[in-house]
Design a protein around this ligand. Structure first.
Ligand code: NIG
Ligand code: FE
Length: 428
């Protein structure tokens, strides 16, 4: 079911309306105890008009409002009795432009091989390149669109989408174009990221500097000129790009006024200090990070985006130390890291469940990290991530009575209705 964007929409009788409205005096991404503050309204109501939220409060107040009383027949109403409504998830880290699952890698890992070993033997990211290079843009677009729809069915309304499985100028631009075209057919919000620096492709083996030059001198300028990427990302780790190469790529992005983010500390620790001058919006993974850097991050608005789906799917015993980050005051976000190698899931509730059981985040912290802090990690917090008048009408209705059930019922989808920029989609 879809309703027109301009028609007024009222969600009423909401058992728990999780607004995440910032407490007075709170600005910037949520940190420390702020991550537990959900600002829940019981028996709540939300009125949306023209794709925006216009009022948030109790059902009683909404039904007593003279404008709503007068317009009632013209308003589309969704009865949310016994349900929980939260801001639509902001999935701030995904890699949807690929063609095939990596089932051989999956089986090799079950037999005991590590992610790094598989990559060194020709599997891993490099084995996804051929599919993207040889596919028409229309094929990639359909793949991305199907993923976006699946994500929306699980409650996501804003999605960051990276290129990174082409790794030639032409196929990276094709990937970004496929994201843009898929986004134009999806009612939610898509933020695209150029990840030309995912790994050094085989044909540049032993000449990584030549490849970095292509990223800096060709990919970034072209993507920036055509406004195809809102961010530039780098996989900075052993087997991928060095800190020096990452700095070089960040400098090129800076030159073209494209903000940066990075895969950091997934496999090994990298000192973060040299990157702070680029004001990165987010460091993602963060399994390995020093005490000195944790202290520094607590003073910045750079978000630490945790992606526990990757640890789960790689069968790792260790997960990022969320408690250490949160207790130190680092703003933490959660994302799926949807990709064919380490995290083939579209489900933010699954990422939240892992955050609770493996990272020992509270359900409230997990919701904050999956919504408002994801919005901060995309520089969209003025429009996304909380249910407040003036923000975009992005909502997820869950068929549960208590918000803690969202991460509790793992492996099953309890999201019933998603509102994306005012457009309602309900699961059959
Ligand atoms: O976030 N670490 C780099 N990128 C992805 C994995 C990509 C892949 O294996 O295809 C990640 O885990
Ligand atoms: Fe990733």
């Amino acid at each position: 079911m879809k309703t027109a964007k301009t028609k007024a929409l009222l969600l009423a009788n909401i058992g728990q309306l999780v607004t995440l409205r910032a407490a007075s005096g709170v600005s910037g991404p949520r940190r420390g105890v702020q991550l537990n503050e959900l600002a829940i309204v019981e028996d709540g109501a939300v009125l949306c008009l023209g794709g925006n939220i216009v009022s948030v409060g109790t059902t009683k107040d909404a039904l007593g409002d003279p404008w709503i009383r007068k317009q009632r027949k013209r308003i589309t109403e969704i009865d949310c009795t016994g349900k929980v409504v939260i801001p639509g998830f902001v999935d701030s880290h995904t890699h949807p432009v690929f063609v095939r699952p990596r089932l051989v890698d999956f089986e090799k890992r079950i037999e005991g091989a590590s992610y790094e070993q598989i990559a060194a033997e020709g599997g891993g990211i490099r084995s996804s390149l051929e599919g993207v290079r040889n596919s028409a843009k229309a094929v990639l677009k359909q793949k991305v669109l199907a993923v976006l729809r699946d994500m929306a069915a699980h409650g996501s309304t804003t999605v960051e989408a990276k290129s990174g499985y082409g790794l030639t100028l032409e196929s990276e631009l094709k990937s970004l174009e496929s994201i843009r075209e898929a986004a134009s057919l999806w009612p939610g919000t898509v933020v695209s990221t150029l990840l030309g620096a995912h790994v050094v492709p085989k044909e540049f083996q032993g000449r990584s500097q030549n490849y970095v030059e292509i990223v800096c001198r060709e990919m970034i300028p072209r993507a920036a000129r055509r406004n195809l990427a809102q961010f530039v990302d780098v996989f900075c780790d052993k087997g991928a790009f060095t800190p020096e190469e990452t700095e070089q790529i960040f400098a090129a992005a800076d030159e073209h006024k494209v903000p940066v983010r990075a895969h950091m500390g997934q496999l090994s620790e990298t000192a973060l200090e040299p990157f702070f001058r680029f004001n990165p919006v987010s460091f993602d993974h963060m399994d390995h990070v020093s005490d000195v850097d944790v202290t520094q991050l607590a003073k910045l608005d750079t978000v630490a985006t945790l992606v526990p789906g990757a640890n789960y799917f790689l069968g790792l015993k260790k997960y990022p130390n969320a408690r250490r980050l949160i207790d130190a005051g680092v703003p933490v976000a959660l994302a799926t890291d949807y990709n064919p190698g380490t995290s083939p899931t579209v489900s933010m509730p699954m990422a939240m469940s892992l955050a609770c059981t493996q990272l020992r985040m509270t359900p409230a912290e997990a919701i904050c990290a999956a919504t408002i802090n994801g919005a901060w990690a995309l520089r969209l917090a003025d429009r996304k991530g909380s249910i407040e008048p003036g923000k975009d009408a992005d909502l997820a209705v869950f068929d549960v009575q208590d918000y803690r059930e969202i991460p509790y019922w793992y492996g099953t989808n309890r999201c019933q209705t998603t509102v994306l920029n005012g457009i309602v989609t309900t699961r059959e």
